[in-house]
Design a protein around this ligand. Structure first.
Ligand code: AMP
Length: 280
């Protein structure tokens, strides 16, 4: 695996690959890699001839009181994992200047109304920061396709919209959420969970699944949201939101044939967990 940390080195290398007609895929991450990230590398591998993974902890997507400083940095282990999964190139920019050079271009890049609901409501500016870094990474790495996890469904949706507008030739691939055996969605932040929380955390997904069953019986969104919220609170989760929407992140009408999604964010101690389930 080739490891690069400056945009000059990266550009030289990518030009070489492009001149050979390679199909390039990009897997953007913030590191502390787990099997969820590695599943994206596997998918990318199947769909392209060269896989680039980026590791960059993007300061723009963290709020003032969030965990930018303490976000787990595990580069050595990450490199080992990527090598084992036959990643071709790791681009790990050594400073934010390697990514955000022409910052002025980004002033008008905003996530818009759908970036201000759900996670965007509890993390103001978060998705503007995400879109800025992803835009820069797309511009810099010049991929043919890029793979993102459905675990971060709102993020994936907003990236797809942004890519459609600014990078129309780029294909965005959605990857399923990888979970532990007991259902907890893998996340770099699970590392923050203490012993008690790690036992409780898998209930999050179970309670959401049970909520969908409840909806099928009640056919009433408000009642089901109350039911799920009460269940979560009973198990010590602090609920940020529980929401039923269409997969286009629009308000749901009763008895619609549109594809639906249940999205939720909770806090367990100091750790924020998010999850979602799509259904018909
Ligand atoms: P992050 O490092 O948290 O920014 O995540 C990088 C990419 O990995 C994003 O596209 C995430 O949606 C994806 N990802 C994170 N957790 C999972 C998971 N459990 N299963 C699949 N993809 C994931």
């Amino acid at each position: 695996m080739i490891i690069l940390d400056t945009k000059e080195d990266y550009k030289n290398y990518i030009n070489l690959l492009k001149s050979k007609g390679e199909i390039i895929s990009l897997v953007p991450t913030m590191g502390n890699l787990h099997d969820g990230h590695l599943s994206l590398v596997e998918i990318a591998k199947k769909k392209s001839s060269k896989v680039i993974t980026t590791i960059f902890i993007n300061p723009l997507q963290f709020g003032k009181n969030e965990d930018f400083a303490s976000y787990p940095r595990t580069m050595k282990q990450d490199i080992d994992k990527l090598k084992k999964h036959n990643c071709d190139i790791l681009f790990a920019p050594k400073s934010k200047n390697e990514v955000f050079n022409n910052f002025d271009d980004l002033k008008n890049l905003k996530a818009g109304p759908k970036g201000n609901i759900l996670c965007g409501k509890i993390r103001p500016g978060h998705f503007d920061g995400v879109l800025k870094v992803v835009y820069m990474l797309f511009q810099l790495t010049e991929p043919n396709l890029s793979v993102f996890g459905k675990k971060d469904f709102q993020q994936l949706y907003l990236i797809k919209q942004m890519a459609k507008k600014y990078f129309p030739k780029l294909k965005i691939i959605s990857a399923p959420t990888i979970r532990t055996k007991n259902g907890l969605a893998l996340s770099s932040r699970n590392l923050y969970l203490d012993k008690t929380s790690i036992r409780i955390a898998p209930l999050f997904y179970k309670i959401l699944l049970d909520g969908i069953k409840n909806l099928k019986n009640s056919n009433n969104f408000e009642e089901t949201i109350k039911y799920i919220t009460a269940n979560l609170e009973k198990n010590k989760f602090l609920v940020n939101y529980v929401s039923f929407m269409t997969t286009e992140l629009e308000k749901l009408k009763l008895n619609t044939s549109e594809r639906k999604i249940l999205l939720s964010s909770v806090k367990l101690g100091q750790t924020r967990l998010i999850d979602n389930i799509e259904f018909n």
